[in-house]
Design a protein around this ligand. Structure first.
Ligand code: ZN
Ligand code: CU
Length: 488
C-alpha cells in the first residue's frame, strides 16, 4: 500500500472515495482509508485528507473492493447485444471471461442455426464472427460496460473444421484447428475451452485436445474445461483433465466443479483430494457457482441426474419458460421424454447437486467464483444475476463459510492471476480503477428460481476503468469496458 505523503502539495484527482473499508483483493485483512482515481487508474491510496477530487464520495465505512472478475460466462454475444451488462454490473462484476464450455462466438462463419450448445450464445448465425480479431474489434467499436477476456471454444473450432462431429478429428482437421487457434491467440485470445460433455465434442479423443494444444504453452494461455463427465465418471474426467494439462504443458482450469446426481453426492472430498494431488505437480485450478442446481441445454440424459427440472427457454414453445418440466408434460398430455422432444431446442435448470458438496467446493482454497450465467435465456438460472452477492452475503456473512477477504479474493486477484490480467484484480497504486463499493451488512442476492431477473441488494457503486457504470440501483449509461487482448 502506498501512503500519500503529507507535506507534499495537494494532488488533484478525478474522484476521491473517502472513509472506505478497503478489501484489496489479496486476501489480506481490510483497512480503513481513502482511494483516488485519475483517468482510468488508482492514483492515490491511504489518508488523502490533503488531496482533492473533482468529485468526492463518502463511503461511510462501506467496503471498497476490486471489481469482481467473473471467471466463467457465456456473455460472448451479450456484450454486443446488451452492452449495459446490467445483470453483471448490478453484482459488482467489472470483467467477464467468455468462450467457456467449448463454445465461443468466434471464430466461426456459419449460415444456419448452430447446433446446441453453441446456440446458447445465439441462435442467429449472423451474430457469429468469422475471425477472433474481428470479434474483438466489434467489442472495441461498440464497447460494453464491462471488460471482456475472451477464449476460443473447441466445439466452435470443430464445427468450422469438420464435416461431421461424431468422431475424433483427423490429423488434417487438427492442423486446421491449430492454425485457427494460433490466429486467435495472436489476436488476443486468453485461452482455449473444451466442453467434452457436449454432443459437438463428445466423440473427441483426449489425444485430439492434447494435439490441438501442443505448443500453445508459449502463448501463456490457459485451458478451461467443462469436463466429459461430472457424474458417475467424475474421477476419470479429473484424470483426463490433468493429463491434458501435463501432456500439452498448459495450465488447466476445471469449470463449475460439481458432483452431479444422487449417486455422486458426497464425492467432493474425493474429487478435491484428486485435485490436490494433481496440483502438487502441475498448474490446475477450478471455479464454481453457489447453487445446488445447474443449467444447460435440455436433454433426456441430464434428466436422470436431477430431482427437479425447470424449463429456461424453448424455441417452439416459449410460453413454457419458467415451468417445471413435469407440469409441462401434464399440460401437454405427453410423457416426459416426448415433452422434451417437443420443446427442443430448449434449455433447462437441473437440481442435481448436494449442498454439502457445494460448500466444500466453494470453500476449497483454490476455487474461484464463476457464474456460468446464460444471458439469452428467457427464464435464466438465478446465478446470472445473483452469484457474487450470494457468495458475499449468504455464504460468507450469513453462513460463515469463509471471511469476506477470502470471498473477495476468490472473485478478484485469484482470477486475474489465472487469466494473467495485468493491473487488475487488486487495489493498489497504479492499478486500473475497476472497483465496487458495497454494504457488507446488507449485500444479498435477490434473484430466485421463480424471479431470476432481480438485481442484488447492497451494491452501491461500480467503476470500470475509472468510470461509474452502476449507481443508485441503476446503469449510468457509461460503457468504458475494454476487450482485453492477451499479450504473449
Ligand atoms: Zn459448462
Ligand atoms: Cu458454462
Amino acid at each position: 500500500m502506498t501512503e500519500n505523503t503529507t507535506g507534499v502539495q495537494a494532488q488533484q484527482h478525478d474522484i476521491i472515495i473517502r472513509n472506505a473499508r478497503v478489501i484489496d483483493g489479496s486476501g489480506e485483512p481490510s483497512f480503513t482509508g481513502d482511494l483516488a482515481i485519475l483517468d482510468d487508474r488508482i492514483s492515490a491510496l491511504g489518508d488523502l485528507s490533503k488531496d482533492r477530487g473533482a468529485s468526492e464520495i463518502d463511503a461511510g465505512g462501506k467496503v471498497l473492493a476490486p471489481g469482481f472478475i467473473d471467471s466463467h460466462t457465456h456473455d460472448d454475444h451479450a456484450l454486443v447485444a446488451t452492452p449495459s451488462m446490467d445483470f453483471k454490473i448490478s453484482q459488482g462484476v467489472t470483467t467477464v471471461v467468455t468462450g467457456n464450455c467449448g463454445v465461443s462466438i468466434a471464430p466461426l462463419a456459419i449460415d444456419r442455426r448452430p447446433p446446441p450448445p453453441i446456440d446458447l450464445l445465439s441462435g442467429d448465425p449472423r451474430n457469429f464472427h468469422a475471425t477472433f480479431a474481428g470479434y474483438l474489434d466489434a467489442l472495441d467499436a461498440e464497447p460494453a460496460a464491462v471488460n471482456a477476456v475472451c477464449q476460443v471454444g473447441h466445439s466452435t473450432l470443430r464445427l468450422a473444421a469438420m464435416e461431421r462431429l461424431d468422431r475424433t478429428a483427423t490429423g488434417d482437421e487438427i492442423d486446421a484447428m491449430r492454425t485457427t487457434l494460433a490466429e486467435s491467440m495472436e489476436a488476443g485470445a486468453a485461452g482455449f475451452s473444451t466442453g467434452l460433455f457436449y454432443p459437438p465434442a463428445r466423440a473427441a479423443a483426449t489425444e485430439e485436445v492434447i494435439e490441438i494444444l501442443e505448443g500453445f504453452s508459449d502463448f501463456g494461455a490457459i485451458h478451461t474445461t467443462h469436463m466429459r463427465d461430472e457424474a458417475d465418471h467424475i474421477a476419470d474426467s479429473i484424470a483426463e483433465t490433468a493429463r491434458i494439462g501435463r501432456e500439452a504443458k498448459i495450465p488447466v482450469l476445471i469449470s463449475h466443479h460439481k458432483c452431479v446426481g444422487r449417486n455422486n453426492h458426497g464425492r467432493s472430498g474425493e474429487t478435491l483430494a484428486a485435485i490436490d494431488q494433481a496440483r502438487a505437480t502441475q498448474l490446475l485450478t477450478l471455479d464454481a457457482y453457489p447453487y445446488v442446481a445447474g443449467s444447460t441445454m435440455l436433454d433426456a440424459g441430464r434428466l436422470m441426474t436431477a430431482s427437479k427440472v425447470l424449463v429456461t427457454w424453448s424455441v417452439p414453445h416459449p410460453n413454457y419458460s419458467g415451468w417445471d418440466l413435469e407440469d409441462v408434460a401434464k399440460d401437454m398430455g405427453r410423457s416426459v421424454d416426448d415433452t422434451i422432444e417437443a420443446l427442443l431446442p430448449a434449455g433447462g435448470i437441473f437440481f442435481s447437486m448436494d449442498e454439502e458438496d457445494v460448500r466444500k467446493i466453494l470453500a476449497y482454497p483454490h476455487t474461484m467464483i464463476g457464474s456460468d450465467g446464460i444471458p439469452g435465456d428467457e427464464h435464466p438460472h438465478p446465478r446470472l444475476w445473483g452469484t457474487f452477492p450470494r457468495v458475499l452475503g449468504h455464504y460468507s456473512r450469513d453462513e460463515g463459510l469463509f471471511d469476506l477477504e477470502t470471498a473477495v479474493r476468490k472473485m478478484t486477484s485469484m482470477t486475474a492471476e489465472q487469466f494473467k490480467l495485468k493491473d487488475r484484480g487488486t487495489i493498489r497504486l497504479g492499478a486500473f480503477a475497476d472497483l465496487v463499493l458495497f454494504d457488507a451488512e446488507t449485500i444479498e442476492d435477490s434473484a430466485t428460481f421463480e424471479h431470476p431477473k432481480t438485481p442484488a441488494r447492497g451494491i452501491d457503486r461500480v467503476f470500470v476503468n475509472g468510470r461509474l457504470v452502476w449507481s443508485d440501483g441503476g446503469f449510468t449509461g457509461a460503457r468504458p469496458g475494454r476487450a482485453l487482448r492477451h499479450r504473449h
